[in-house]
Design a protein around this ligand. Sequence first.
Ligand code: AMP
Length: 301
Amino acid sequence: MKVARTPEELRLLLDPVRREGRRIGMVPTMGALHRGHLSLIEAAARECDLVVVSIFVNPKQFGPSEDFEAYPRDEGRDFELAEGAGADVIYAPSVESMYPDGFATTVEVSGLTEVLCGAPEHRGPDHFKGVTTVVCKLLNAADPDRAYFGLKDAQQVAVIKRMVRDLDMPVEIRAMPTVREPDGLALSSRNAYLDAEERLLAVQLSRSLRAAERALAEGRALGAALDAARAILAEAGIEPEYLEARDPDSLAPASEVGDRPILIALAARVGPARLIDNIVFDPHAPATAQDGLAIQGGSVQ
Ligand code: AMP
């Protein structure tokens, strides 16, 4: 496995690969790798000839009161895990090489970034400006055929797909299912902030989404399904930042079950951690095949 620290080093490694017509897959991450990240690397290794994993804790996507400094970092462990899952190249640039003096460009997708996590009363749209700017730079530097993202961050997937479409970026975005702990908690680097008691409480997020999913599968109305989810959160004493039903692509609000899949997205603070989770209900899929909460993680984190 090779490591590149600058866009120039990355290009030197990847140019010959591209010239040989080999297919490049990219997995952007902020490190602190867990089974969710590894599932993306494994998918890229299955589908591509060479896998680049980027590890970069992007200061531009953290608000001033967020956890940029505290965000878990362990490069040695990440390199080992990434290699074990099938990474061929790690791109781990410094903040200075990503954003040198005089850096002045922002990539912004409007609309989609102003709801859910992007609403001003939550993380705000600047969060997604940081995400789209860094993902645009990473995709430009690696020029992959495919890039892999987790549906755990469903809004991020919608925003990145829109950016790639709007800017004619020649990359296929692959959105992969959420990997979960055996009890249903979605794997997240931020789960490391939870103590034992908070960890027990955190499972109520996925439980509430599962209740909504079950209600929809039984043919109940969307409002009733959201109420079922809210009741579980309320019983656990969790006040959600938001619990909303939206179209998974446009993120337009959904008010009833129709022909299209429905994204039910949730954010809530549990102890020191701000956690997000979601399910996508497909009205055409048989009840047993709803993607939502099926995939479980292994032993890493
Ligand atoms: P992050 O390091 O949190 O920026 O995440 C890097 C990528 O891993 C993003 O595309 C995330 O959506 C994805 N990811 C994070 N958690 C999970 C999970 N539990 N299952 C699948 N993918 C995930």
